[in-house]
Design a protein around this ligand. Structure first.
Ligand code: HDE
Length: 735
């Protein structure tokens, strides 16, 4: 039955079944049922039900009569419904995820004995969940927030959970502070306001009171906190882990994911609007890309430091508020992850997946990072209150390798272990511990010495150097965004103590930053720097300067605006070229019913109309000419707003023929040179031409800098994500 079982899901599932990637799918198949028209409605205990509509009553055809409590069908339905919810995650409640596979292409035997990182012939199934941190389960996807990036590798040696974020550092150094930082960020206790926002008194009060948070809040005010897509974010393990090789040597490591599509963000105004216009923007984006076969990919990288070099840096390498700058410890990319299958059911897969940082496999170890060690306790503990003590038995969580032990009972245990003994040692030698040769996890024999005290080593005390390094490494446009973010956030703090102190804190990072923000939010404008800026930079921290992959417009949404009388030739040419480049053309018209072209023959049924779908939901806009169409669009306030808003959000706009005048009218800026000349013209990301004909396209559209053709220039602009020159020139209309 078409539509009953999601088709996209099934296609990839079947393709994967013969591979190691398919091991998890095969495993899940034991618990997966397809609902079909052959099924008949039953109770949970298997008895067929004659109706789903009427509760058993004592009445007659003239009189309905009271409901009978005896009705087991009705009671089961209501009781099951009453208990449908489980506690949402105490943080990272809002999220979604997908299945995929991981493969290492540059095995790192010199660092680890873990086959998942050494065996290049292996494919490891994964499930990844992305999330925001502060909002509750129904909150908007585009809030300014850190994004979770949690990966469960179903390895042949057991599950490895790498529970990371899209920002490489964290607010606090010691896990004991976690309840404080989260309480301060979540809605305030007296009125449960605001939802999914850091823009409030308590959040910034905490930041001021914890100088260790300085580096992290700079990242949180940067564009990293408003990603365009989960597919366009980096992921970081944040904590320092260790790798142990076959010779028993240990390295400290940090793990990184880098997306194939580049690292890109929304602009703030857009993020705010999307929160209302499409609160599911990110989860739909991931679903749509996978359903369309444009599978998101990330390269997997490691930074490694030999154990002997632990103390050679001017920061503590176990401090989660510090990055390991790439000029000191370069990232080596060794593997790739692809997400290629949407979940079958949200609750049983995305909501019930349970990550534990304590889940590692032989060859991988922890470090004495005081945040990581606390996390290792917390995640396991929280799953017990969310899902119960048998959470590892849930289909999405259970490993694909054998599991056998003497853990027993507890709520909702459902593995039936046949044995007369449930302890070790036992007279049958049943289920003995494994030897190292059999693959047992053997702890690294780490020397431990010291006093028992509540301490933090001296190097943990430097809270500003890397905050300055981050600020110094930003491009002018990124700095501009950070200033605007502080101005927004502190404007939402009503308590003058909070915003004036914070403004002064900014002077510890950069004097000009502090002055500009103080002027905007009303704190006392600092008269001198809090501390000197060391002036060092690390360009890889900038997402604009970050070395990108080959430019691509794969999976980018491009709106084509039409009305009756549109130029069908230009439309067809653009639509075909966009589809060939694996972009997603979306036709937007004044209505969703048929729109007829200028030649009176061609027609199109728009995907959406101007009111229903907004410019915030696309990456670029194309408008084919056609005198009548352009006249109609020019009289439609919402259509004009579409163009003006897309321009304000720095999106590339392509227009041909009469549509060039429409763009001119909408943006009304003489400094953007717009003309419908025979030649291709480009001005601040507005690409125009008099006539777009298929023969002006050439065979394949090369997406490269310096391209000259109309479509080439338009595509290159889209591949660059946004036209930053427009913002730098102060041309983005405040929409
Ligand atoms: Fe978490 N974190 N965290 N966290 N975290 C949770 O576990 C915690 C931290 C991260 O998609 C909880 O299953 C402590 C850093 C992600 O299911 C909880 C500390 C990083 C997710 C918890 C941290 C993260 C969580 C709540 C300070 C980046 C979502 C629900 C020591 C490396 C995983 C749950 C998912 C979830 C505790 C700090 C990432 C309460 C105590 C640093 C991506 O156990």
């Amino acid at each position: 039955m078409a539509g009953l079982v999601p088709e996209s899901v099934q296609k990839v599932a079947h393709a994967a079944l013969g591979s190691r990637e398919g091991d998890k799918l095969k495993d899940l198949a034991h618990n997966t049922k397809d609902m079909t028209d052959k099924d008949r409605l039953t109770t949970d205990y298997g008895v067929k039900q004659s109706t789903a509509d009427d509760w058993l009553k004592a009445g007659s055809n003239d009189k309905t009569g009271p409901l009978l409590l005896e009705d087991p069908f009705a009671r089961e339905r209501i009781m099951r419904f009453d208990h449908e919810r489980i506690p949402e995650r105490v943080v990272h409640a809002r999220g979604a995820g997908a299945f995929g596979k991981f493969r290492v292409y540059d095995g790192i035997d010199e660092f680890t004995s873990a086959p998942v990182l050494t065996d290049t012939s292996r494919e490891t199934p994964v499930f990844v969940r992305f999330s925001t941190v502060l909002g509750s389960r129904g909150s908007m996807d585009t809030a300014r927030d850190v994004r979770g990036f949690a990966v469960k590798f179903y390895t042949e040696e057991g599950n490895w959970d790498l529970v990371g974020n899209d920002i490489p550092v964290f607010f606090i150094q010691d896990a004991i502070k976690f309840p404080d930082v989260i309480h301060a960020g979540k809605p305030e206790p007296h009125n449960e306001v605001p939802q999914a926002q850091s823009a409030h008194n308590n959040f910034w009060d905490f930041q001021f009171n914890h100088t260790e948070a300085t580096h992290m809040f700079m990242w949180a005010m940067s564009d990293r906190a408003i990603p365009r897509s989960w597919r366009m974010m980096q992921g970081f393990g944040v904590n320092t882990f260790t790798l142990i090789n076959a010779k028993g040597e240990r390295h400290f490591v940090k793990f990184t994911w880098t997306p194939e599509l580049g690292v890109h963000s929304l602009v703030w105004d857009e993020a705010l609007k999307l929160g209302g216009q499409d609160p599911d923007f990110h989860r739909k984006d991931l679903w749509e890309a996978i359903a369309n076969g444009v599978f998101p990919k990330w390269k997997f990288g490691i930074q490694a430091i030999p154990e002997a070099d632990e103390h050679k840096f001017d920061f503590d390498i176990l401090d989660a508020t510090k990055v390991w700058p790439e000029d000191l410890v370069p990232t080596r990319y060794i593997g790739e992850m692809e997400l290629n299958r949407n979940p079958d059911e949200f609750f049983t897969q995305v909501e019930q997946i349970a990550f534990c940082t304590s889940h590692i496999v032989p060859g991988i170890g922890f470090s004495d990072d005081p945040l990581l060690q606390g996390r290792n306790f917390s995640y396991f503990d929280t799953q017990i209150s969310r899902l119960g003590v048998n959470f590892e038995e849930l289909p999405i969580n259970r490993p694909t390798c054998p599991v056998m032990n003497f853990n027993r009972d507890g709520a909702l245990r459902h593995t039936i272990t046949r044995s007369t003994v449930n302890y070790w040692p036992n007279r049958f030698s049943a289920c003995p511990p494994a030897t190292a040769a059999e693959g047992a996890y053997v702890e690294y024999a780490q020397k431990v010495a010291g006093i028992k005290a509540r301490l933090r080593s001296t190097k943990f005390q430097d809270h500003f150097s890397q905050a300055q390094l981050f600020w110094n490494s930003m491009t002018p446009i990124e700095k501009h965004h950070i200033i605007a973010a502080f101005a927004f956030e502190l404007d939402h703090c009503e308590d003058p103590v909070v915003y004036s102190r914070m403004v002064n804190r900014l002077a510890d990072i950069d004097f000009a930053l502090a002055q500009t923000v103080a002027e905007r939010v009303g704190g006392d404008v600092p008269t001198e720097p809090g501390r000197p800026n060391h002036g060092r930079r690390a360009p890889a921290l900038s997402q604009i300067e970050f070395p990108g992959e080959a430019p691509t417009i794969k999976s980018r949404r491009v709106a084509i605006l039409v009305a009756d009388g549109y130029d069908a030739v230009a439309y067809d040419a653009a639509y075909a070229a966009l589809s060939a480049a694996m972009a997603v053309p979306l036709v937007i018209g004044p209505r969703r019913s048929k729109v007829v072209a200028a030649d009176g023959k061609a027609s199109v049924q728009p995907h959406h109309h101007f009111e229903g779908f907004r410019s915030t939901m696309v990456d670029a806009v194309f408008i084919p000419g056609g005198a009548k169409a352009v006249e109609t669009l020019g009289k439609n306030g919402r259509a004009l707003h579409w163009v003006r808003e897309a321009f304000g959000h720095l999106k590339v706009i392509g227009a041909t023929g009469e549509a060039v005048g429409l763009v001119e009218k909408a943006i009304g800026l003489p400094s953007v040179a717009v003309s419908a000349s025979g030649e291709v013209q480009e001005s601040y990301g507005v690409v125009t031409i008099k006539e777009l004909r298929p023969d002006s396209l050439g065979e394949a559209i090369a997406i490269a800098k310096g391209a000259t053709g109309f479509m080439e220039k338009f595509f290159y602009g889209i591949s660059q994500h946004r036209c930053w020159e427009r913002e730098l020139a102060g041309l983005n209309a405040q929409v």
